[in-house]
Design a protein around this ligand. Structure first.
Ligand SMILES: NC(=O)c1ccc[n+]([C@@H]2O[C@H](COP(=O)([O-])OP(=O)(O)OC[C@H]3O[C@@H](n4cnc5c(N)ncnc54)[C@H](OP(=O)(O)O)[C@@H]3O)[C@@H](O)[C@H]2O)c1
Length: 221
């Protein structure tokens, strides 16, 4: 069976991704900053839990050393933070590090693992909030700019990785009932993840580099 690697798999959308792929028989590797507290993830019988703090270079080195050269069919960078609405320099940089830079550096480190797999796919959980063209009314400068940056970075990755046969998806999960989305969000995690998995099933080199919603809609950059 194929192997999926999901970051931030201890809660929210990441945990539901781990549950659904495991239920489908995939080999699931889920990362958590604190694996000993990742009860929901550890409760999934066929999921492996690995430690990763995406914003910590030493943690990334340790993670890659444990992972070794295992083939990864599908890498999903799900981990992310909302950050602060205040224009605090250090908080903004931290949000950029987690939402924009870490996913891209991790993709580059995992490229040989994905290239060695059968499916050769990568995806990042971005957000419609990162769309400039969508023009929704949100004034969340820090979060929106960090997701716009990851959109640009992963669009470039899709061009860079095409010759390696790796297809790249940039995804909007909807407004989802999680700690980040809050209880008033439009959809539950099951609906979001069922849709995201359908998009990822269809992902190919023909559709690489697109910004796509959980419902399959193409979104404006
Ligand atoms: N929920 C929504 O409505 C919505 C909408 C659009 C996009 N998204 C995106 O979808 C993704 C998942 O969102 P969610 O709603 O499931 O969020 P969530 O419930 O807040 O969960 C976030 C996950 O990211 C992990 N994480 C945060 N910082 C990390 C770091 N430095 N290293 C490793 N893991 C880290 C968290 O780990 P800890 O438990 O250790 O903090 C947690 O597992 C995010 O990228 C988010 O921006 C969500």
């Amino acid at each position: 069976m194929p192997t999926v690697l999901i970051t931030g798999a201890n809660r929210g959308i990441g945990l539901e991704l781990a549950k659904q792929y495991a239920a489908d028989g995939w080999t699931v590797i889920g990362t958590a900053r604190e694996p000993e507290k990742a009860d929901g993830l550890r409760a999934i019988g066929n999921a492996e839990v690995m430690q990763l703090d995406a914003a910590d270079a030493d943690s990334l080195d340790d993670f890659m050393a444990v992972l070794g050269d295992r083939p990864i069919d599908l890498f999903i960078n799900n981990a992310g933070v909302y950050g602060s609405n205040d224009l605090d320099r250090d908080e903004w940089l931290k949000t950029f590090e987690i939402n924009s830079i870490a996913p891209t550096l991790l993709a580059e480190r995992l490229k040989p693992n994905v290239a060695a797999s059968g499916q050769k796919k990568m995806a990042v959980l971005s957000s419609i909030m990162g769309s400039i063209g969508d023009g929704n009314g949100s004034s969340a400068i820090v979060y929106r700019s960090s997701k716009a940056a990851v959109n640009a970075a992963w669009k470039a990755l899709s061009n860079r990785y095409r010759e390696d046969g790796i297809a790249v998806a940039i995804l909007h999960p909807g407004w989802v009932q999680t700690d980040m989305g809050g209880p008033n969000a439009n959809i539950d995690v099951e609906t979001s993840v069922t849709g995201l998995r359908a998009v990822l099933d269809k992902l190919s080199l023909q559709s690489t580099g697109r910004f796509t919603g959980y419902d399959g809609r193409q979104l404006p950059w």
